[in-house]
Design a protein around this ligand. Structure first.
Ligand SMILES: [Zn+2]
Ligand SMILES: [Zn+2]
Length: 393
């Protein structure tokens, strides 16, 4: 069957490049993937899949029904949204939508989902179980997965696979990670209320800017002195504002940031830990405070059985020299983790890096993906999905 899948993927390669270039030229922002969703639905219908549109607002679900006795359902999730970035590449299929760009490779992901549906719907023997394709909107704002789950997209799904492109892995290679792949990402907002006064008379005021500086410093130092260094935390205050004039002591400061962590226990304790430090500093110097901690997406924790399926099938389909075992997780975030709260699964990285020139990172206006990766990605997903019903107990 691997020979047949390989031949189908090779035959489809020119069509897949065409699809990817069309998607790249017509990017849409998170939650507004109307044209992309209609295009996806059209391709899935032409492959004979049962298609549901408007699942999770602009999401699309395609079901490829199996003909065998196995009732298990495997889902494959790919995301469709682009970013508010003005494209800086000189590609002939560069974005035609001003200020919007597929700078995270979701055009490639959508192509991989469509390509895998095309391949697996054309097999000479139908699949023994059901395969469900989830084309997700709004990944960049970490909303789309929860929209799709709320609309029932994970109903009856037993396991799920996902993929993200990665420019620091060469094209035609995949990266497999056991355990944590990405971090939990939460939002933090802190208000500090002091008391205004003359810049020359600090003893008559409560300086919110100075106290805010102590809070930032204490948080950073406390990570290194009170948290287990083998369970990483990154806390970045990315915004700070306060004060009205150079000679007036500021009475209010607002700070906002992002908090990334990998270990579930660390993640669970973060709000109390932060509140404790902010409260301690503010009480010491007589300021009032408010901490708003908003949980974002949890960490992607790859299931060992599904990761093993990806590793074994990609070694067989691509050759072991094209399979990298990733030893370190990323502190980036990915809402694929929300599906993993519904069913075990695994996400792999698809190399899209160029060997002959420098690669720009994801979310960069000059990010470009080596299109040779498309065949690799479709082959990996198709063969892993095919083997799911053969090997996975
Ligand atoms: Zn992104
Ligand atoms: Zn992305």
């Amino acid at each position: 069957m691997l020979t047949e899948i390989k031949a189908l993927v090779e035959n489809l390669a020119p069509r897949l490049i065409e699809i990817r270039r069309h998607l790249h030229a017509h990017p849409e922002l998170s939650g507004q993937e109307y044209q992309t969703a209609a295009y996806v639905a059209g391709v899935l219908s032409s492959c004979g899949l049962q298609v549901q549109e408007s699942v999770g607002k602009t999401g699309v679900v395609g079901d490829l029904k199996g003909q065998g006795q196995d009732s298990r359902c495997l889902a494959i999730r790919t995301d469709m949204d682009a970013l508010p970035i003005t494209e800086g590449t000189h590609l002939e299929f560069a974005s035609r939508h001003p200020g919007i760009m597929h700078a995270c490779g979701h055009d490639i992901h959508t192509t991989l989902g469509l390509g895998t549906a095309m391949v697996l719907s054309q097999l000479s023997e139908p699949l023994p179980g059901n395969l469900r394709f989830l084309f997700q909107p709004a990944e960049e704002i970490a909303q789309g997965a929860s929209w799709m789950i709320q609309d029932g997209a994970m109903g009856g799904v037993n396991h799920i696979l996902g993929v993200h492109v990665f420019p620091s892995i060469p094209a035609q290679t995949v990266g497999i990670r056991y355990g944590a792949l990405t971090a939990a990402a939460d939002d933090l907002e802190i208000f500090i209320q002091g008391e205004s006064g003359h810049g020359a008379r600090p003893h008559e005021a409560i300086d919110a800017i100075w106290i805010a500086s102590q809070v930032v410093t204490s948080l950073q130092q406390a990570i290194s002195r009170t948290q287990n260094p083998l369970r990483p935390i990154v806390l970045t205050i990315g915004q700070i504002s306060g004060g009205r004039a150079p000679n007036v002591i500021a009475d209010q400061v607002r700070m906002a940031g992002t908090v990334r962590s990998l270990h579930p226990e660390t993640h669970a304790n973060l709000p109390d830990w932060i509140e404790g430090i902010v409260g301690h500093v503010c009480r010491t110097y007589g300021a009032k405070y408010e901490v708003n901690y908003r949980r974002g997406v949890p960490s992607v924790q790859n299931d060992s059985q599904l990761t093993k399926l990806l590793e074994e099938t990609s070694r067989e389909a691509l050759g072991s020299e094209r399979v990298q075992i990733i030893t370190e997780p990323s502190l980036g975030a990915e809402d694929f983790s929300l599906y993993l709260e519904q069913a075990p699964g695994a996400m792999f990285r698809l190399g899209v890096g160029f060997s002959e020139r420098a690669n720009h990172p994801l979310h960069h206006p000059q990010f470009e993906a080596d299109e040779k990766a498309i065949v690799t990605g479709v082959l990996t997903l198709s063969y892993a999905a095919y083997q799911y019903w053969q090997g996975l107990a």
